[in-house]
Ligand binder design. Sequence first.
Ligand SMILES: Cc1ncc(COP(=O)(O)O)c(C=O)c1O
Length: 365
Amino acid sequence: MIRIPSHIKELKPYVAGKTIAEVVKEYKPERISKLASNENRLGCSPKANEAALESLGAIMNYPDPACLDLRAKIADKIGVKPENVIAGSGSEGVMQLIIKTFFEPDEHAITASATFIGFVVLINSRGVGLRQVPMTDDYRFDLEAIADAISPKTKMVYLANPNNPTGTYFTKAEFERFMKRVPDDVLVIMDEAYYEFAAGLDDYPNSVEYGFDNVITLRTFSKAYGLAGYRIGYGVAHPDIISTLMKVKLPFEPGLPAQHAAIGALDDDNFLYLTEVMVEKGRNRLYRFLDEHGVTYVKSASNSVMTVFDTEEEAVHFTDEMLKKGVILRRLPAFGLPNCVRITVGLDEEMEHFEQAFEELFSKA
Ligand SMILES: Cc1ncc(COP(=O)(O)O)c(C=O)c1O
């Protein structure tokens, strides 16, 4: 028998939300609203799909391993140089690469207790130690406590801003104070998967603009750009960090259609604008509805809103019953929040479906 390392044996894999096909098979609801995975309910830019389709003429060839065109396009868009950028199979692909590349024996990572589960799974699969610092009472990263937890064996700190699943963010002042306390040999991953939804807030720190040598910013095309199925994201950092990662990266990732779709998406500011409008409108509608129905929730700077129930049983009942009515939501026990449920903000008709299902459920109760 092949011996499996104990950290892999004990690994709890990432469990995604239910797929539409699974829900159709199980409950046969009249309609489905998939509000579980923070995808873009508006779809994606037609320019992205057109560019991907065009690239298929060359699909027999390996793509450019250095992703030069895409890196140049991203660099131009965000005001850095191409050598500051690396592209990967989703931002999680870049995250995996970072975790694979930098750890030495006995070093560990630090993050918060209720953050993106993908990071936790990747760290555990690498067999690296992880310290998770409790969030504040209002579900925010406690940056002071995280800075306190840094020791000479800390290699990496992971911060998601805005955070998933809470939707909360930390401010410029908090980030600046934190960075003053972080030794420059500790790598800070700033996961900005939801950057586009928060960028308009006055006190939101765009980590790229600071140019810290020990920060790598991760962004994705999966959320605001609606390209989750292509698997494409990127990292922005000092050229030495990027060139180190390039040595370890799988040469031909991301795939050709993904690289082209991302280039096409970057040419469509209007789609991004429409997405931001949809999310803001949907979020406000959801807040109003939850207020009217006495449901506790956490204000969000992202495309999802986290609701908080008194007990895990209530959260389970709510999610299961909504699922039977075709509304797919995300419970959060894997994120350490068993009494919470995350709702992705969707189109008007999806928000209406959510409201209708909610009212049917609670009028029965
Ligand atoms: C905070 C955060 N980071 C990263 C990701 C992964 O994104 P990608 O599709 O780019 O791998 C997600 C997806 O839900 C996320 O919420």
